[in-house]
Design a binder for this molecule. Structure first.
Ligand code: ADA
Length: 551
């Protein structure tokens, strides 16, 4: 399923059985259709490891009624058809989308999804990059049975007032009926509840209701004690329960106070890793068992945060972070785009869609404490800086309860420091820059302080070095040896953590990842080898070093 929790007790939800048929359409593909698992990426299939092109996924269904198809993530362009009717199209691998087919006659139908992972054309965010843009239906697909109205949103935002916790609740109901309907709605959020009676729901329209509920006696969510509460909305039509939506949330508050980041009023020092959603031969379709192990490994490292570099993550991973007490910096999809790439005609639309979907879909996860955007994109020219400001504004408009940031390329030309809640920079002293760590941090931080970043929390959002798993040099001098990576990380982390102006350190990166073959081809094995673990989660020597320093 698409979550590790039950999101509906009333609404009927099913997951199609996992074997689908896949047919490739372009050169370099397979001659005949093959059976594949969904979720999955085609790079896992023998013969398709390097296929970049178009495919058709097909699934026979026995169904009928009004159906909502929910795709957790398709990498990275999708067109969805039921029989021959186009239901929707979507761009972008890392957020969910849905479509509705009304009054489908009961019987056999074919769900067909045309997917491609071709660069170029309208694709502004998926470009050859320092990670692989896979192809496939990479996250779960669910099918829901709907009536004449359904709940599209249940957002719960915790807020502290003195010693009391409040929950700001927003619920949206959408009509699929051609006549106005009268609805009742009951909402529970932890110990509190509220009901709305006899509200008019316009034909084919929406209604959004909001309330602030007092929640006495609740415990707060924190990494040490990740208490979670249930939220539930029930829609009533003609005196009968007609639909529901359930989620989990936690009571926690994130604030910026001067140069400190506060969690529930207490300063918190970030110790984290950057993680790409990728695992050896599963590509970006990471099985939930492997997600769980990743969260456990990250906690074992002594980390209190994971950064979802460089895109929104599978909600099952976020569920696990909520449950196991791992804070999350989640960011929209972008990595290292130049000004020219940011001026692509589709860039703004795709970026805003990704931000909107990320915040709408992941709002309730208490583990998310920071929203991020535009990793290492162009912040030094006026046009680039203006795009950063538009994204920052959008993040705040959609969710004012969390601070925002962006991992900037550590350079002394940024124009956006004054616009950010938290200043974050990616620094690689001793790896890309042959400079002592303290001098390097001081040089940049001195510049940051004079150019709009003074008095704000300052996070080193990436720091690290590479090693090839199993390559050893006992003298620790050879580049790519595990010994050298471990020594560099020891020096980087020790110095950064002792620096009085640093509010957090996030290691690049948790595990090794595959790269697009044409770009960054100079990296050994065509992989980004800066993982503390390799792509099979075998620890390198640096793992023990980070664990020692972070614990
Ligand atoms: C950048 C970037 C990462 C990765 C890293 C590296 O800081 O944000 O995606 O490419 O550098 O390994 O050089």
């Amino acid at each position: 399923m698409d979550r590790i929790i039950t999101t509906h007790h009333l609404r009927k939800v099913c997951e199609p059985t996992p074997v689908w048929t896949l047919t490739t359409l372009d050169a370099g593909g397979l001659n005949t259709p093959v059976s594949v698992l969904v979720p999955g990426v085609w790079e896992s299939i023998p013969g398709l490891r390097n296929y970049r092109g178009r495919v058709v996924y097909e699934k026979q269904l026995n169904c009928g009624g009004t159906l909502r198809f929910v795709f957790g993530g398709v990498s990275f362009r999708a067109k969805v058809f039921l029989d021959d009717t186009l239901l929707t199209q979507h761009y972008g691998a890392y957020t969910a989308f849905d479509c509705i087919a009304e009054d489908v006659p009961f019987g056999k139908h074919t769900l067909r999804v045309e997917v491609d992972n071709l660069f170029g054309g309208d694709s502004a965010l998926h470009v050859p990059n320092d990670y692989y843009s896979y192809g496939g239906i990479s996250r779960p697909v669910t099918i829901e049975q709907l009536g004449s109205a359904y709940i599209t949103r249940l957002h719960v935002t915790p807020r502290r007032q003195g010693r009391m916790w409040l929950a700001d609740v927003t619920v949206t109901v959408r009509s699929l009926g051609d006549e106005e309907q009268t609805i009742d709605l009951d909402v529970k959020a932890g110990p509190a509840s509220i009901g709305w009676k006899r509200r008019g729901l316009p034909a084919r329209g929406e209604i959004t209701l909001t309330a602030t509920l007092a929640c006495p006696g609740v415990a707060s969510w924190s990494p040490d004690d990740p208490r979670l509460y249930n939220a539930e909305a029930v829609l009533w039509l003609d005196g009968e329960p007609a639909d529901d939506l359930c989620d989990r949330f936690g009571f926690r508050e994130v604030k910026v106070e001067g140069s400190k980041l506060l969690l529930n009023g207490e300063p918190v020092f970030i110790k984290g890793v950057n993680r790409h959603e990728e695992y050896a031969n599963f590509g970006c379709a990471v099985p939930v068992e492997a997600m769980m192990r990743d969260v456990q490994l990250i906690r074992d490292l002594g980390c209190n945060l994971v950064r979802t570099s460089h895109y929104p993550n599978d909600p099952r991973f976020l569920d696990l972070c909520d449950q196991l007490g791992l804070m999350v910096w989640e960011e929209e999809h972008a990595r290292g785009l130049s000004l020219q790439q940011m001026q692509h005609p589709s860039f703004m639309e795709q970026t805003m869609l990704c931000i909107d979907e990320m915040i709408f879909q992941h709002h309730n996860h208490p583990s998310i404490i920071l929203w991020g955007c535009l990793n290492e994109c162009d912040d030094e020219h006026d046009e680039g800086a203006e795009i950063f400001r538009r994204c920052f504004r959008r993040l705040h408009e959609l969710d004012a309860s969390r601070p925002m940031t962006a991992a900037l390329l550590g350079r002394t030309t940024s124009q956006v420091l004054a616009d950010m809640d938290v200043v974050s920079m990616n620094l690689y002293p001793l790896w890309y820059h042959n400079a002592p760590v303290n001098d390097y941090i001081n040089g940049l931080k001195g510049w940051v302080n004079k150019h709009g970043g003074a008095g704000k929390p300052y996070i080193i959002s990436e720091i690290g070095a590479g090693a090839i798993m199993g390559y050893h040099d006992p003298f620790g001098q050879s580049k790519w040896s595990e010994e050298r990576q471990a020594a560099i990380l020891r020096e980087q982390i020790t110095t950064a953590m002792a620096h009085p102006e640093v509010a957090g350190v996030i290691v690049w990166q948790f595990a090794d990842i595959r790269l697009d073959d044409d770009s960054f081809a100079g990296r050994p094995k065509c992989m980004n080898n800066k993982g503390l673990l390799d792509e099979f989660r075998r620890p390198k020597m640096a793992y023990a070093v980070v664990k020692e320093l972070f614990s």
